[in-house]
Design a protein around this ligand. Structure first.
Ligand code: ATP
Length: 293
């Protein structure tokens, strides 16, 4: 299932071995912003804020030689659109999304954002434009403030509070023993699953990337918490190009477009109601999965 695990685990392992405090923090920003696996092209460009127009052009990719997971994928996503990727487990939804931040490079074809091949951008500037929210939120031993800022040394107190507010964390933080300066993690205050998700959302409001990848993976949260988080996530998605590896029916129904991925590649795409009526793969998936929902 989860692509983001590998690279992020690697990053986390490095972060955790660093001393805390500002010096450690700085290192850690550098680590997040630079990915050692892939070197920048010689004349790679430093992109500023992208619009978020994404195109997959005849993309072929496999993790191992001779075994392509994606074959000749063509996909056009408009800036600001919310896309829900659905389909059977192992079809390649996560893989498609992992190519955008260049956790892996395509074997053939290309991916462009705003018409620029992502391999022609510096990795750091590309990734500044992409935010990822996943099920397993990485929080480190440090204060709430540090965890929301997540290595952004330029973030002002006002910006951090604004992000917390937009993620509906303000009250929670105010009720903590030291507010923003409350230490969380191993030796500090433990956060609930829902609060952790909100921390990740706050981080993203602060980072404010034009492109968002949401890895929804079926949640361990109770229904009410999940619905509230869902609401915050849709607010986060406003004005951003959002790719959701979707598992929740509400997300799927509300998406601007559903992309059905199966072994053959992109099997179908369209809005929920249209796909249900057309009686194809999606309508069968939907029936099997959600008939009791
Ligand atoms: P799920 O709904 O279960 O998350 P998915 O549609 O997101 O599935 P992917 O995780 O993209 O599917 O996996 C597509 C295929 O690639 C699967 O066959 C999977 O086993 C394989 N795969 C995924 N990650 C790796 C990896 N890091 N190395 C090798 N093979 C991988």
């Amino acid at each position: 299932s989860n692509i983001f695990f590998r690279p992020i685990e690697k990053i986390n392992a490095v972060i955790e071995s660093y001393p805390k405090g500002i010096a450690g923090f700085k290192r850690y920003t550098e680590i997040i912003d630079t990915e050692p696996d892939i070197a920048d092209a010689k004349d790679a460009v430093e992109v500023e804020s992208l619009q978020g127009d994404i195109r997959f052009d005849n993309v072929t990719f496999g993790y191992e030689p001779g075994r392509s997971i994606l074959k000749g994928i063509d996909l056009s996503i408009h800036a600001g659109e919310t896309i829900a990727f659905v389909g059977p487990s192992g079809a390649g939804k996560t893989t498609i999304c992992s190519l955008l931040p260049r956790f892996y490079d395509v074997n053939d074809g290309k991916i462009t954002v705003d018409g620029i091949d992502i391999r022609d951008m510096t990795l750091k500037s590309l990734r500044k434009n992409i935010g990822i929210v996943q099920q397993d939120v990485f929080l480190f031993a440090g204060t709430i403030r540090e965890n929301i800022a997540y290595g952004d040394l330029k973030a002002t107190d006002e910006q951090i509070w604004e992000a917390a507010r937009r993620a509906s964390l303000e009250e929670t933080i105010n009720q903590m023993p030291n507010g923003m300066d409350t230490v969380i993690g191993e030796r500090g205050v433990k956060l609930s699953g829902g609060q952790k998700q909100r921390m990740a959302i706050a981080r993203m409001f602060l980072k404010n990337p034009p492109i968002l990848i949401l890895d929804e993976a079926t949640s361990a949260l109770d229904t009410a918490t999940e619905a509230a988080i869902q609401q915050s996530l849709s607010e986060l998605a406003v004005g951003r190009t959002t790719l959701v590896i979707a598992h929740r029916l509400a997300t799927i129904k509300n998406a601007d477009r559903i992309i059905v991925v199966d072994e053959s590649g992109i099997a179908e795409q369209g809005r929920h109601q249209d796909l249900v009526s057309s009686g194809g793969i999606y309508s069968r998936l939907h029936q099997a999965q959600y008939q009791h929902a």
